[in-house]
Write a protein that binds this ligand. Structure first.
Ligand code: 4NP
Length: 163
């Protein structure tokens, strides 16, 4: 699906079971709400391989469901070099993810690799913090940040599609 779109966004975290599927699900819902799902494609991946094939963490699914987003269909995969060709933006949740992606991508693709929160207007944080080892508040905080950045990201993508 993502590969047939005009503009493709890949969200990347460490495990691809918490932050990046929450980002994908939130941005996907915004895109669908604007009826742009045939134009803007979404996917997510992890820099690590531990959770490949798994659905999102149940705490992530629960927080998403509490705000009306469904992500039970998503399955974790590991990011690969081919993703830098396939996607127009590859968005890191934190600086560790950013560094791993930059090392994998090489200089040729550096413009595509960004911090997701670069798109969160007025948001003080640079990083979406890893909620995996913390309590439920961490997931609510992740979703606050992800919702803010998703709105800014959609405005950015719209401007690039229709300058
Ligand atoms: P995520 O969270 O990167 O937001 O998916 C994590 C999930 C799993 C692990 C670390 C972070 N882990 O170490 O298994």
């Amino acid at each position: 699906m993502a590969n047939k779109s005009l503009f493709r966004v890949l969200f990347v975290c460490l495990g691809n079971i918490c932050r990046s599927p929450m980002a994908e699900g939130t941005f996907r819902a915004l895109v669908q709400g604007e009826n742009l799902q045939d134009i803007i494609g979404t996917d997510s991946a992890g820099t690590g391989s531990w959770h490949v094939g798994s659905p999102p963490d149940r705490r992530a699914q629960g927080e998403m469901a509490s705000r009306g987003y469904g992500i039970s269909d998503l399955r974790a995969r590991q990011v690969s070099r081919a993703d830098f060709d396939a996607f127009d933006l590859v968005l890191a949740m934190d600086y560790d993810n950013l560094e791993d992606l930059q090392n994998l991508a090489g200089a040729q693709y550096e413009d595509k690799v960004r911090l997701f929160l670069d798109f969160a207007d007025g948001e003080a944080a640079d990083e979406v913090p890893d909620p995996y080892h913390g309590g439920p508040d961490g997931f609510a905080h992740v979703l606050d940040l992800v919702e803010a950045a998703s709105r800014g990201l959609l405005a950015h993508v719209r401007a690039r599609l229709d300058p």
